[in-house]
Design a protein around this ligand. Structure first.
Ligand code: SF4
Ligand code: SF4
Length: 212
């Protein structure tokens, strides 16, 4: 079965998921955010976001696209010297660009992945990432709310992946080069970005500087 067929099948399963059943699983694990900020800080913090989420943050903060989101530094080179990567990540230095030392400065506009942390769905089942708040008692209403957001996010992820596949144009793989530019593939198509608009990234990709 192709990846696209698998995604289409999973989309049908995701649409049939029961919010109540997921909420029961969330309650069995238990969770209350203790506000430690560990999911917003440090090298492990990598927040994936979709184009409409970038635009929602841009409208809130007034920042241009590349100050909100950056391309991941994982990808492949083509024979014209372009580096191809998938989707976007919130910009970060040491920590998430929006972590203000106490909490999230874009809390009402934070991406779906942050709204549902530490939980996520994979193969329609509940999974969770590392978090100090796991195991804490959680009310029925809150668990239902988390379950609703989890299903919404899961469907969105699959739909975005399908859109990306439908717009993806394959390319001939080659070695790294300084000739081209960055190309980000997302659900809206291809986005070319000049290296001068991504300071330092080309050198990191070419191995001239340590990655951050
Ligand atoms: S979600 Fe977990 S890791 Fe993140 S701030 Fe809350 S308790 Fe800490
Ligand atoms: S967007 Fe907000 S909640 Fe999400 S990682 Fe950044 S600071 Fe944390």
């Amino acid at each position: 079965m192709s990846h696209e067929e698998e995604l289409r099948r999973e989309l049908i399963r995701a649409a049939a998921l029961s919010q109540e059943e997921i909420a029961t699983k969330v309650r069995a694990v238990g969770f209350r955010c203790l506000g430690c900020g560990e999911c917003c800080r440090g090298p492990e913090c990598e927040v994936a976001l979709f184009p409409h989420e970038v635009e929602r943050i841009m409208a809130y903060t007034g920042e241009p696209w590349l100050e909100v989101a950056e391309p991941p530094r994982v990808g492949e080179w083509d024979d014209l010297g372009n580096f191809h990567t998938l989707e976007w990540r919130i910009c970060k230095g040491e920590d998430c660009h929006y972590y203000n030392g106490i909490g999230c400065s874009i809390y009402s506009r934070r991406p779906t992945i942050c709204r549902t942390y530490p939980f996520y769905l994979a193969r329609s089942d509940l999974k969770f990432s590392e978090c100090r708040g796991l195991g804490q008692a959680i009310g029925e209403e809150e668990a239902l709310m988390i379950a609703g957001s989890l299903i919404e996010r899961y469907i969105l992820e699959i739909e975005e992946a399908l859109e990306l596949i439908s717009k993806f144009r394959d390319f001939r793989r080659a070695s790294a080069s300084k000739d081209g530019h960055m190309i980000v593939h997302d659900s809206r198509g291809e986005h070319g970005i000049r290296w001068e608009d991504l300071p330092g990234v080309l050198n990191i990709l070419l191995g001239d500087e340590p990655s951050q």
